[in-house]
Unconditional design. Structure first.
Length: 225
């Protein structure tokens, strides 16, 4: 499935593109409304940042809707009810506010595309014998389900999506707990410790002291005998 990512922030693009590609989506990125008007005709879905440098997203939606019924998901930091209503009336099919969880965005994409008759988005992440199914938010180790609390699941999902890259404590706190308060970071450590215990893979999540965490690959279960 082809996705047009209309986003002018290179950092957002760098973080989001690999996630979409791992869900088997073909990503085409443009940074302006003018480019989006030229490219929306040959994709299956538009992910639209509503704060573009050359035009407001609502005006762009109206222009696209004059010529196309391509599904549009608005992605924006604007939460005001009046703006959300205006965007929906302009023709967006769903509205996701920042900061958002990547699993939530994939689920929204899946829901919108199902309505348009497309194949469901792959909402599964794998790492060795560890699997996360983002639809029912279930984790499996060697095929056996593991019960995780909501924020434990979100934390593990974010670390796995980084594919071994370091994720800072600040990024994890902001994305999952919506706070950058350093004093709250003990909560993060407790959740990491709980994950290691529940998964039975203590070496899976590596601590970079004072900086953050990363996954280092699924560790095989201990051999009997």
């Amino acid at each position: 499935m082809r996705v047009l990512l209309v986003e002018d922030d290179d950092r957002v693009v760098a973080a989001l593109t690999p996630v979409l590609q791992r869900a088997h989506l073909q990503v085409r990125r443009v940074a302006t409304a003018a480019e989006a008007l030229l490219r929306h005709g040959d994709v299956d879905l538009v992910l639209l940042d509503m704060g573009l440098p050359d035009q407001d997203g609502i005006a762009l939606c109206r222009q696209i809707r004059e010529v196309s019924e391509v599904p549009i998901i608005a992605v924006t930091a604007r939460r005001q009810e009046a703006y959300v209503v205006s965007a929906l009336r302009a023709g967006v099919d769903d509205y996701v506010t920042k900061p958002y969880r990547l699993a939530e965005l994939l689920a929204r994409i899946d829901a919108v595309m199902r309505r348009f008759g497309h194949t469901p988005v792959e909402l599964v992440s794998d790492l060795g014998d560890l699997r996360l199914d983002h639809g029912p938010r279930t984790a499996y180790v060697a095929g056996e389900p593991v019960v995780l609390a909501r924020k434990e699941f979100d934390l593990l999902s974010m670390l796995m999506q980084a594919q071994g890259d370091l994720v800072t404590r600040e990024a994890l706190m902001e994305a999952i707990w919506h706070t950058a308060w350093v004093g709250a970071s003990r909560t993060l450590d407790v959740h990491v410790s709980s994950l290691r215990s529940k998964l039975g893979r203590p070496e899976l999540i590596e601590t970079v002291r004072g900086v953050g965490y990363r996954v280092v690959g699924a560790v095989p279960p201990p051999q009997e005998g």
